[in-house]
Unconditional design. Structure first.
Length: 465
């Protein structure tokens, strides 16, 4: 099968229908934020209606709200008054969330004056529940306090209202749109002739029931529209067994640079906070499996947080926490000499075997910027069978053409290479399908990996994920 560096473009009618469905339960609200006066670090959450005198924040050519670099603060405020419908789709009773993504050193989110979440340049997105059930005419006030990075201008990248239907037999239109996009992505790559069946099914959507001219009561309006969506899903059910031959395996992950833009003390704090967060989530979500590298982090935990370390050891024994390491840290592999790399492998493998019962079969190197050509020899002599990275994808000149390959070193040593999915990702069904589709096209493998979790400064999977 020829290599697929990008997925085929979906037919325009299917794309247009998905966009139209999403517009019934999702709304971009970047253009309606009010920007506070000259930045003041001491400014409090806007009281009463003072924000009404603030001007609307301007958007740049990317649709972002930006402000100067240099750790400059910015206050934004928006009042969300719930309408009866969105483009004709009734909203009453739906759950409303606000999806945010920022590029800021510090981000604080306030709902009705109450602080509900903090983030930073790495923990840079969230979905906050604004109301469990929309009541038309009611409103919610949201304030954002953002601090620009020292090295780059700040940006509010995404602000989107998402209305969800958490009960009943039919999900909200945006959810159905994502289902259709996932199906169409696979069909376009592997069964393009079946796209006609999707286009034909979409003709059965009762758009009139969400139009301005509908004369019935609201409940009838939404019921009729939902029934048409259920009919579409039912008509596409024959494709379900074919699609479900594939599996995307989600493995919780939290990339943590041990030394980058912060003191080493911050590294230990980030590791501890990340691991405690994962363990707490695993209590509520027993199906969550987590993976981490860098035995150096676990050695610090063993010495300074022995109770936490013992809990992680038990999770490893339970099969719910993977130590995918191979090396002591995730090092640079261009400048260090062969002996230094050998020591990385020796110390990492010895620690894993002593503390977790087995050496690692994987050299987990998702973010290392380049690899010396003797690495297959060094890794295999350390008992490592797989080399895993996603950095080979970082090339705009001569893209690396393989996702699953055998790498042979100068001495003839061979190791299996795996191109990992992107790190620091959310649970985005369309992005996941596009990646998994490309992976299958390149490798023939119907099982794909996805690595949800906030990264670079730790973080890991979130409750919303």
């Amino acid at each position: 099968m020829p290599l697929a560096t990008v997925c085929p473009v979906l037919p325009q009618p299917i794309l247009a229908t998905c966009d139209r469905l999403r517009a019934l339960s999702r709304k971009d609200v970047r253009a309606t934020w009010h920007s506070g006066p000259a930045a003041s670090e001491s400014l409090n959450v806007p009281a009463d209606d003072i924000w009404k005198s603030w001007p609307l924040a301007a958007l740049d050519d990317r649709g972002y709200i930006t402000w100067p670099q240099g750790k400059v603060p910015l206050w934004l405020h928006q009042r969300f008054t719930w309408p009866t419908d969105l483009n004709g789709y009734p909203l009453e009773g739906l759950t409303a969330r606000l999806a945010l993504r920022w590029w800021a050193n510090q981000a604080d989110v306030f709902v009705n004056g109450k602080h509900v979440q903090s983030g930073d340049i790495f923990d840079c997105w969230t979905r906050i529940v604004l109301t469990e059930a929309v009541v038309p005419g009611a409103f919610v006030d949201v304030s954002l306090k953002l601090l620009s990075p020292g090295h780059d201008e700040g940006a509010l990248v995404q602000a989107e209202l998402v209305f969800e239907r958490l009960s009943g037999d039919c999900p909200e239109p945006g959810f159905v749109a994502d289902e259709l996009a996932v199906l169409a992505t696979y069909l376009a790559q592997f069964e393009p002739a079946s796209l006609d069946a999707v286009a034909e099914a979409l003709e059965g959507i009762d758009w009139a029931s969400v139009g301005e001219d509908f004369l019935g009561v609201v409940s009838d309006q939404r019921d009729r529209f939902h029934q048409s969506l259920l009919n579409v899903r039912h008509s596409l059910n024959p494709l379900s067994p074919w699609l479900k031959q594939r599996t995307v395996h989600c493995l919780g992950h939290a990339h943590l640079d041990l030394a980058w833009l912060w003191p080493v003390a911050d590294t230990w704090e980030a590791a501890e906070a990340t691991f405690r967060s994962v363990l707490a989530l695993q209590k509520d979500f027993p199906e969550l499996t987590f993976s981490h590298s860098s035995p150096a982090l676990f050695a610090w935990l063993e010495a300074h947080r022995p109770d936490l370390f013992a809990t992680i050891q038990q999770r490893v024994r339970d099969g719910r926490w993977a130590i995918d390491a191979g090396l002591w840290v995730e090092p640079d592999l261009n400048l260090p000499g062969g002996e230094a790399i050998a020591r990385q492998i020796l110390y990492g493998q010895r620690y894993c075997a002593e503390k977790f019962g087995t050496a690692s079969a994987i050299a987990w190197l998702p973010d290392t910027f380049g690899f010396c050509w003797q690495l297959p020899q060094l890794l295999t002599q350390g008992g490592i069978r797989y080399f895993a990275t996603q950095k080979l994808r970082w090339n705009d000149t001569n893209p690396f053409p393989h996702d699953l390959f055998t790498w042979q070193g100068p001495d003839g040593s061979e190791i299996t290479g795996v191109t990992l999915p992107p790190i620091g990702t959310d649970i985005d069904p369309v992005a996941m399908a596009q990646y998994a589709c490309q992976w299958e096209a390149n490798t023939g493998c119907t099982d794909a990996l996805w690595l949800p979790g906030v990264g670079d400064h730790g973080g890991g999977p979130t409750r919303d994920m």
